[in-house]
Design a protein around this ligand. Structure first.
Ligand code: ADP
Ligand code: MG
Length: 344
């Protein structure tokens, strides 16, 4: 049996000290961190980008199949992803937690191990937070802060007609990973003696449990002197994010199904679930890749990065947002892109 230390044995301040004692500071901009009434940051002439996300047990995560360490990592990763989507460099996070007495000191330690692993991975500093109790479940509020050279931040509304529509990494895997974990949970609930069968599904399970923020893509933009014209991170599925870019930039687009990057493992998993891999990419979500537009002049630079795919281009608003299927037919993109497209 593993040990269980009650949070009450440390008290609130003892717990905060315990959880924050291993924090390492990576940024000169973190002037004052944990331990005072507020933190102090100085971005030395750069602009500051701020974003917050709430993660609620039972709504955003299920602890039956989410290890706490992974949850800690994911908390930081999804917040850092929002900062990346602004073309900014993440520098700090502030973490508010509320948990019921079901959570022991050991459980919270595990969560913080994941948080600090992600802080090291992305070179961000945990500079503060708040700790409280909840009547039920685990509630996480994370604020991420980043820096960007003046006016280099990228919004959702700057795309121009003819700009190339691009996406990093591969899509659709996290959704299939979630389906798989949900299926194994049901099997377990019906027969707790059955061990989960996740053999050969590392990619899709990894993508849902341990997503990564694309800090490397933002670094690539800086070093290769590419200024995206619009950008968003893919948290709700490709079609929904494309529609955000179109609506806010007042444009239409053409998306080529054959250009959507989908990993081989994702295609195999989709076929096992009797699903269309493209539908998973369009409507799945939780990929945390970057969807962005660039000027056509930047094509060569973008093409030099094997981890970026050009998937379409921006058109007049009147032309609408469409997908050209592998078979060559044209369908409007809807928030559930695959609906229209399956009937078609
Ligand atoms: P206050 O009562 O002024 O809100 P707290 O006792 O809540 O102060 O916090 C003391 C210090 O610990 C602050 O610097 C705060 O930012 C930090 N802190 C509190 N909870 C957490 C947490 N869960 N993770 C990281 N830092 C925390
Ligand atoms: Mg407080």
């Amino acid at each position: 049996m593993s040990e269980r230390t009650e949070v009450s044995s440390l008290g609130e301040f003892g717990l905060i000290d315990h959880l924050t004692k291993n924090i390492e500071i990576h940024n000169a901009s973190s002037i004052l961190g944990v331990g005072d009434d507020a933190a102090v940051i100085d971005h030395f002439g750069k602009q500051t980008v701020v974003s917050n996300d709430l993660l609620i047990e039972g709504v955003h995560f299920d602890l039956m199949y989410t290890p706490l360490k992974h949850l800690g990592y994911k908390t930081v990763a999804v917040n850092v992803s929002d900062i990346c989507a602004m073309n900014a460099t993440p520098t700090q996070i502030v973490l508010g937690l509320a948990f019921s007495n079901r959570f022991s000191v050991e459980a919270l330690e595990e969560f913080y191990e994941g948080v600090l692993a992600a802080c090291n991975q992305y070179k961000v500093d945990l500079i503060g937070g708040d700790t409280s109790t909840s009547q039920k479940g685990f509630i996480i509020s994370c604020t991420a802060i980043g820096e960007v050279a003046p006016d280099k931040f990228v919004t959702r509304k700057g795309a121009g007609k003819g700009d190339l529509l691009c996406v990093s990494g591969d899509l659709g895997a996290a959704y299939l990973g979630l389906l798989l974990l949900e299926r194994e949970k049901q099997i377990y609930l019906e027969n707790p003696k059955v061990q989960p069968d996740l053999e050969g599904e590392r990619h899709i399970v990894g993508r849902i449990l341990k997503p990564e923020a694309r800090v490397d893509i933002v670094d690539f933009f800086t070093t290769s002197h590419v200024q995206p014209t619009a950008m968003i991170d893919v948290s709700d599925g490709l079609s929904s994010e494309i529609l955000h870019l179109c609506r806010q930039s007042k444009l239409g687009c053409v998306l080529y199904e054959e250009k959507i990057p989908i990993a081989e493992e994702t295609k195999l998993a989709a076929f096992k679930f009797n699903m269309d891999p493209t539908a998973c990419a369009l409507s799945g979500g939780e990929d945390y890749e970057l969807l962005f537009t660039v000027k056509q002049d930047d094509y060569e630079k973008i093409a030099s990065n094997a981890d970026i795919s050009v998937i379409g281009y921006m058109t007049d608003e009147e032309a609408g947002a469409h997908i050209i299927t592998k078979g060559g037919s044209k369908h409007p993109i809807t928030a559930q892109g695959w609906n229209a497209f399956k009937q078609g």
